[in-house]
Ligand binder design. Structure first.
Ligand code: 13P
Length: 260
């Protein structure tokens, strides 16, 4: 089993002071731990420098990630932030295609593909989200929905680009609802996604690609989810806003790796 990856997506939460406290609390809790689990924090962009200042230190236990970027290069796009700007700030990862961006900001697979490309061109690793709506699962078309999202957003990439991408499966019905996919449901979809990658890019690429689970992942269910052979870690929303809960999820990653 590969070491786990745990990503905290703070979404649009926290004041400046609270953001600073949360970063420091996580940093202190992880300090001196020799973690195998990799950790990425994705705060709101206005707080990014708080994070990159620490993330760039030699003994830092986490990397800096953004929640979004523009699909355009520099220019007259009022209010937007480019992949190039992220890279220039030391941001190494960026979430793309989150269901909230798809729902509220019209981000479709074409835009996701454009963002992935511009991030890769700037050496920022895209964390690409996919996942079905509740009605799509009820209709039994969840696998087709996810296949379309993945193939349209990612399968135009050449292998040397695809190998730098992280995928996050986040069933929309599980996001912020307290209703988690069962470990078996997560495993089934993750194995399906890995199978798609294998068909397109081969076995080694399929094995190496990180596929995270997101949706009401918390300290209680993290071990069971992370124990699934195709679940390489988690994209954590609500539980990443409390240092204790987030650190407990990171420790779940450690537990699973030590036991396997
Ligand atoms: P929750 O963990 O709050 O369900 O959010 C998941 C998510 O959307 C992470 O990107």
């Amino acid at each position: 089993m590969k070491p786990k990856l745990v990503v905290g997506n703070w979404k649009m939460n926290k004041s400046f002071d609270d953001a600073q406290d949360l970063i420091l609390d996580i940093q202190n809790a992880l300090k001196d731990k020799r973690l195998q689990t990799e950790v990425i924090l994705c705060p709101p962009l206005v707080y990014m420098e708080l994070l990159t200042d620490i993330a760039e230190e030699e003994d830092s236990q986490f990397y800096a990630g953004a929640q979004n970027c523009s699909e355009h290069g520099a220019g007259a796009y009022t209010g937007e932030v480019s992949a190039e700007m992220l890279a220039s700030m030391g941001v190494e990862f960026c979430i793309v295609g989150h269901s909230e961006r798809r729902k509220y900001f019209g981000e479709d697979n074409t835009i996701v593909a454009q963002k992935v490309k511009i991030l890769l061109d700037n050496d920022v690793v895209p964390i690409v989200c996919c996942g079905e709506l509740l009605e799509e699962r009820q209709q039994g078309i969840h696998a087709q929905v996810v296949e379309k999202q993945i193939s349209e957003a990612l399968f135009g990439l050449k292998p040397s680009d695809f190998e730098r991408v992280i995928i996050a499966y986040e069933p929309v019905w599980a996001i912020g609802t307290g209703e988690t996919a069962t470990p078996a449901q997560a495993q089934e979809m993750h194995a399906f996604i890995r199978g798609l990658i294998e068909k397109k890019y081969g076995t080694e690429m399929a094995y190496n690609t990180y596929i995270l689970y997101g949706g009401s992942c918390n300290p209680k269910n993290a071990v069971d989810l992370f124990m699934q052979s195709d679940v390489d870690g988690g994209l954590i929303g609500g539980a990443s806003l409390k240092a204790n809960d987030f650190v407990a999820i990171i420790e779940a990653g450690e537990t699973v790796i030590k036991d396997n």
